[in-house]
Design a protein around this ligand. Structure first.
Ligand code: NI
Length: 248
């Protein structure tokens, strides 16, 4: 069930039987010369929407702009500063929890979001801790590449040239979902350099075409489909386990 395609009476009925919601979360940022700017929010959305078609999941709208300050040297990248993102995540979570969702599962597609999402969870839980009250709901963060079996599959598909940004696995997922938007380029070097992440101009100087350690030329829509199906199965079982956690 997609929240955005539902009405409030349908949501009211849903909450009466299930209090768990999945929020795809990512980033809108450059992904090398051939990767779509939406790659990091598209991947968790594609997987969550695929999972909702096969499992009994409620999927919220995608939180599609994240912490991507280091990509701002490339046109089209949009970033929230960490403090803004923490405030937005707090408001999303409290809105959903106010309707009765006491299990909120964030499926993440951008490594640069992780520290900020974790900080947001601490911020949200702190409000209850300071008051000596129970928050009454649980938050969970899962990166899509950490779903059961996905990392192993990506290692098998891409023993070299996977890298950490504009990776063939994430590009393949978008190629599977949006075959009309597949792009090509001559990569030089074929496998991009690796190194640290600092501010935007430093990033652009180190990684001239935006990739980090990757060869996106390895991506195919067929491999993307394999990744999506495995990740969607993992998501259904992971969300089921989260939903059935016994409250203390
Ligand atoms: Ni990415």
């Amino acid at each position: 069930m997609l929240l955005a395609h539902s009405t409030w009476p349908e949501l009211e009925a849903r909450i009466a039987r299930s209090r768990t919601v999945v929020v795809p979360i990512g980033s809108n940022e450059q992904h090398g010369p051939t990767g779509l700017l939406g790659t990091d929010w598209m991947c968790p959305e594609i997987i969550a929407h695929h999972a909702h078609a096969t499992g009994d999941l409620l999927v919220a709208p995608t939180f599609n702009v994240g912490m991507a300050q280091h990509h701002l040297g490339f046109p089209g990248s949009i970033s929230l500063r960490p403090s803004t993102m923490i405030a937005a995540l707090r408001d999303w979570s409290v809105s959903l929890a106010g309707h009765g969702f006491d299990r909120i599962y964030f499926l993440n597609g951008h490594g640069g979001n992780v520290a900020t999402i974790e900080a947001a969870f601490s911020e949200i839980y702190s409000e209850a801790s300071w008051r000596g009250e129970r928050r009454g709901f649980a938050l969970k963060l899962k990166n899509w590449w950490d779903l059961p079996g996905v990392a192993k599959l990506c290692e098998r598909l891409y023993p070299t040239g996977h890298g950490s940004h504009a990776t063939p696995s994430e590009i393949a997922v978008t190629q599977f979902a949006y075959p009309d938007s597949i792009k090509a380029a001559n990569y030089a070097p074929q496998i991009a350099p690796s190194g640290p992440i600092r501010e935007a101009l430093d990033f652009r100087a180190r990684y001239a075409d935006g990739r980090m350690g990757s060869d996106p030329g390895l991506a195919t829509p067929e491999a993307g489909g394999e990744i999506v199906r495995l990740a969607a199965d993992g998501l259904v079982s992971d969300v089921r386990a989260f939903a059935s956690e016994t409250p203390v």
